[in-house]
Write a protein that binds this ligand. Structure first.
Ligand code: GLC
Length: 497
């Protein structure tokens, strides 16, 4: 504010303005309305006069005058300071609840259900039915998960190295999957993110793809302990899975039909049906629910034209051996038929694992325990043939590259928990490898920085693999933020960030 044009008659004591605006830090009240008459404009903003004193005219959105856009889709408060409430969109700060900003003019439909971590709460216009054709990842903008952006921001706040901070900032430009790992989380995340993605799609005129992980089968994670779920392997929990989880997902997806969606289905479950029925009683207990659960969800969700599903197939060092692949052909073709007429687009590999895309140092031999598929590329090449010979009609793959850029320190490739030496791998992209037309995408399914499992031996979900020599410790519960692991993943990124 320029002293030279300061008003001569100044009211002695300005009442404290009720809402903060850009002029307050300069010692002037906010004008009562954004429509106040503009008396003077300078670099600070537009000035009006009320009660014989200068007042700052609130801009359409308070954050704009600070050089940041208004939040258009999100109401997720990531940070609060004297200026106001901040959210994050497209990797940049934005102001929430500006005078006319925030929610882009839509009225919240369900304000009571805001747990402060979601996104768009309004009712964006739902357009005509979208139908996937060809590669479900191709031709879309990939949705950026506001929750992950907030996790990364919180991580950056704990960093001192500026080069590390810069790397972390870049993480906010890449998409990763949204895990619906409990009924509660599904209720918090699914609708909210569908709406946010749709609002962005409406605003930009470009289709926005959202990837969710369906992850709540009864008796989940039957061969390990770290990710055991809330539902147990019994009939009444299976009813809950159907009615409180899958049916609810179906309802929301049926309604939000004008945007592309991908579902990664139940990580680890069917791979356990291939290899762990004989040796693990918990997997035998889960078998019925894993099989019937897949039939149920494929029938329902596989019938939606804008939804493409990928069933999880473990990774190269799980089902890569000849006998495992052969069994897998039988199990997966049976599961897919059981869900007919619902359709499955293909298979997701390496979800939350560390197996490199290519590892030219390895070939079938004692070092690989005679596994002919010692990296993801050779695994998918082999699985493509196996599944085709098993009669599966739609054989396409995605590979999780969020943590496979750098060979980890594991002494055995079966080690899966919080590996040291982790590095981010290839960035999410459709059709990433020419000549491999059946590879739909590289995608980040497991969000780098979220733990694989607790290293606390007294915890209920402690799994020995999370206490291994090559596992990073101390580690929090699966899904919780693990700063050290995140930082190492950034440092070892390949290609570098
Ligand atoms: C793990 C956890 C799950 C979490 C996911 C993503 O598998 O069990 O709760 O959402 O990883 O980090």
């Amino acid at each position: 504010m320029k002293a030279s044009i300061a008003l001569t008659a100044i009211a002695a004591l300005a009442a404290k303005a009720s809402a903060a605006c850009w002029s307050e830090p300069l010692g002037y009240r906010c004008c009562s309305s954004p429509n106040a008459q503009v008396i003077y404009t300078d670099n600070d903003g537009k000035w009006g006069v009320e009660n014989n004193d200068w007042c700052g005219i609130p801009s359409a959105c308070w954050s704009e005058s600070l050089g940041y856009p208004c939040c258009k889709y999100t109401s997720d408060v990531v940070y609060t300071d004297n200026d106001g409430k901040w959210g994050v969109e497209n990797g940049d700060w934005c102001g929430i609840n500006g005078t006319s900003g925030g929610n882009n003019g839509y009225t919240p439909s369900n304000p009571g259900n805001n747990n402060n971590q979601g996104g768009y709460e309004g009712e964006p216009t739902i357009g005509a039915q979208y139908t996937h054709s060809g590669n479900p990842f191709a031709g879309h903008k990939f949705f950026l998960n506001p929750y992950y952006t907030a996790e990364v921001d919180a991580a950056i706040a704990q960093m001192s190295s500026s080069s590390l901070k810069q790397k972390a900032e870049k993480m906010k430009e890449y998409s990763n999957a949204i895990w619906l790992d409990t009924i509660e989380n599904m209720n918090s995340w699914l609708l909210r993110n569908l709406k946010t993605a749709l609002a962005e799609q409406n605003e930009t005129g470009k289709t926005v793809l959202t990837v969710f992980v369906v992850y709540d089968l009864p008796g989940r994670d039957c061969h390990a302990l770290a990710s055991n779920g809330e539902l147990l392997a019994n009939d009444s929990d299976f009813d809950r899975y159907k009615t409180e989880y899958i049916d609810v997902i179906e309802g929301h997806l049926k309604k939000y039909k004008s945007q592309p969606v991908v579902l990664v289905v139940e990580p680890d479950s069917l791979a356990n049906m291939v290899t762990n029925l004989e040796n693990t009683p918990a997997c035998r207990d889960s078998e019925k629910y894993y099989m019937d659960g897949h039939a149920y969800l494929i029938k329902k969700l596989g019938a939606l034209p804008h939804v493409a599903m990928y069933l999880d197939i473990g990774h190269a060092f799980w089902l890569g051996w000849d006998d495992n692949r052969e069994k897998a052909g039988k199990v997966y073709s049976k599961v897919i038929s059981s869900g007919s007429p619902g359709k499955v687009r293909g298979f997701a590999s390496n979800v939350a694992n560390y197996t490199p895309w290519e590892d030219p140092t390895l070939s079938r031999g004692p070092d690989t325990e005679w596994n002919p598929c010692p990296d993801e590329k050779r695994y998918l090449e082999a699985m493509y043939k196996t599944f085709q010979s098993a009669g599966i009609k739609s054989v396409y793959f995605i590979d999780d590259t969020s943590r496979n850029g750098h060979k980890t320190d594991r002494t055995h490739p079966g080690e899966w928990c919080n590996q040291t030496g982790v590095g981010i791998g290839a960035r999410p992209a459709a059709n990433p490898i020419s000549g491999m037309s059946y590879l739909d995408a590289f995608y980040w399914v497991k969000p780098l920085g979220e733990s694989d499992g607790t290293s606390d031996e007294s915890a209920k979900r402690f799994d020995g693999y999370c206490g291994h020599a090559t596992a990073m410790k101390p580690a929090p519960e699966a899904g919780q933020w693990f700063q050290k692991h995140f930082e190492q993943g950034l440092e070892n990124a390949n290609p570098p960030l």
